[in-house]
Design a protein around this ligand. Structure first.
Ligand SMILES: Cc1ncc(COP(=O)(O)O)c(C=O)c1O
Length: 377
């Protein structure tokens, strides 16, 4: 056994695989010089919509901008409460705050790490009782590649009159009850950050919806609130456009995406089998297919995690912590938080550890990682 360092992510192997398809696509953009919202962007929107079964796709400049555009389209702002999980990437909470709204943090499930619908119900009731904020929207996050419990979230949102936004930044390609994510909420936002299951060579994102009016609003907001002509400004928007080179990269990667999703699932299965009971492996959301953006195990406590992470590192096995601190305890968000304890998110932050997962992880490397982890605990 060698101690050659294993990469956490292998974008080079993927690039070598798509090289012959990618070059002519990039050359076509260079030849046309339509660098922003060129024909590749429209083609990408059509293919992404078809891939996930949504009626409309609007490609944008990042996953963060996708979330912001979706909330802007609902006129969410000061005095509005936006419910979201405390255990997610910072962008989910940042966006309501940037718009002047208040994020209301919800605890998560201890085994799937997804937003806890029962706690969501309680948080909405808390906000209504306090009477200071108007409940307006819920952002469910499909964390680490697995879908959130959309049937439960949607039922609560419908009963409470809340807009549903799916933060699918980590999970494009995942499915719930046999249906790909993209239509589970009223709007779905994803990210094409390079490390995502479907990632570009720079920033990018997309919005999905089945509602034609909402899609038209997204298009307008993406380009400074423009109307039917470029210099008619109907509303305050932003520069949220996707560039054509990113679309060309994504079109190329889309040709192998199904195959890569299957390869990621094989790695997750191999980890489940190879790790046995040494650690708590990720619980699968029932009747779902994960996009396996991240494969996180749970250790008994933070001291054990620190020890294990150091032992893995010495064996050439990288690991990462998503997320070391839940959002309600981040300095930037503590002011917006009502001070309540979110015990599951707080506990997970101290115990969680992500292992390398990507479509090009060799069987020998998976075996090496499992052996190292079993030996470290
Ligand atoms: C859950 C989640 N939401 C939103 C984002 C923001 O996406 P982006 O980096 O493309 O702005 C990310 C990722 O980076 C994410 O993981």
């Amino acid at each position: 056994m060698t101690d050659r360092p294993i990469p956490f992510l292998d974008l080079k192997a993927q690039q070598a695989r798509i090289a012959a398809d990618l070059r002519p696509r990039l050359d076509a953009v260079l030849a046309s010089c339509q660098f922003i919202l060129g024909p590749e962007v429209r083609e990408l929107e059509e293919k992404l919509a078809a891939f996930c079964g949504a009626r409309h796709c609007v490609a944008v400049s990042s996953g963060t901008d996708a979330l912001e555009i979706a909330l802007m389209a609902e006129n969410i702002g000061p005095g509005d409460a936006v419910f979201l999980p405390a255990f997610t990437y910072t962008a989910t909470a940042e966006v309501p705050l940037v718009l002047g709204a208040t994020p209301v943090f919800v605890d998560v499930d201890p085994r799937t790490f997804e937003i806890d619908p029962e706690h969501l119900r309680k948080r909405i009731a808390d906000v209504r009782r306090a009477g200071k904020l108007r409940p307006r929207a819920v952002i469910g996050v499909d964390l680490f590649g697995q879908p959130a419990d959309w049937p439960a979230i949607s039922a609560i949102a419908a009963a409470e009159g809340l807009f549903t936004l799916d933060d699918c930044a980590q999970s494009f390609g995942a499915a719930l009850h046999g249906v790909r994510l993209g239509t589970a909420a009223q709007a779905t936002a994803t990210s094409f950050f390079p490390s995502k299951p479907l990632g570009g060579y720079g920033d990018g994102g997309a919005l999905f919806t089945d509602d034609a009016e909402r899609a038209a609003l997204f298009r307008s907001l993406r380009t400074h609130g423009e109307g039917t002509t470029r210099y008619e400004v109907l509303r305050t928007g932003m520069n949220g456009r996707l560039d054509s080179l990113q679309a060309a990269v994504l079109l190329s990667k889309l040709t192998i995406f199904e195959d890569e999703l299957a390869a990621r699932a094989r790695v997750a299965d191999a980890y489940d089998a190879g790790l046995g009971n040494a650690v708590l492996t990720p619980a699968r959301v029932p009747d779902s297919a994960s996009a396996w953006a991240i494969y996180s195990v749970l250790l008994p406590d933070s001291a054990a995690r620190e020890r294990v992470q150091a032992t893995l590192k010495a064996a050439g096995v990288p690991s990462a912590i998503y997320y070391p601190r839940p959002l309600h305890l981040q300095p930037a968000y503590a002011k917006a938080h009502d001070g309540s304890h979110l015990p599951v998110a707080e506990n997970l932050a101290g115990r969680i550890l992500a292992l390398p997962i990507h479509p090009y992880l060799a069987e020998a490397d998976i075996a090496r990682i499992c052996t190292a982890l079993r030996g470290a605990v």
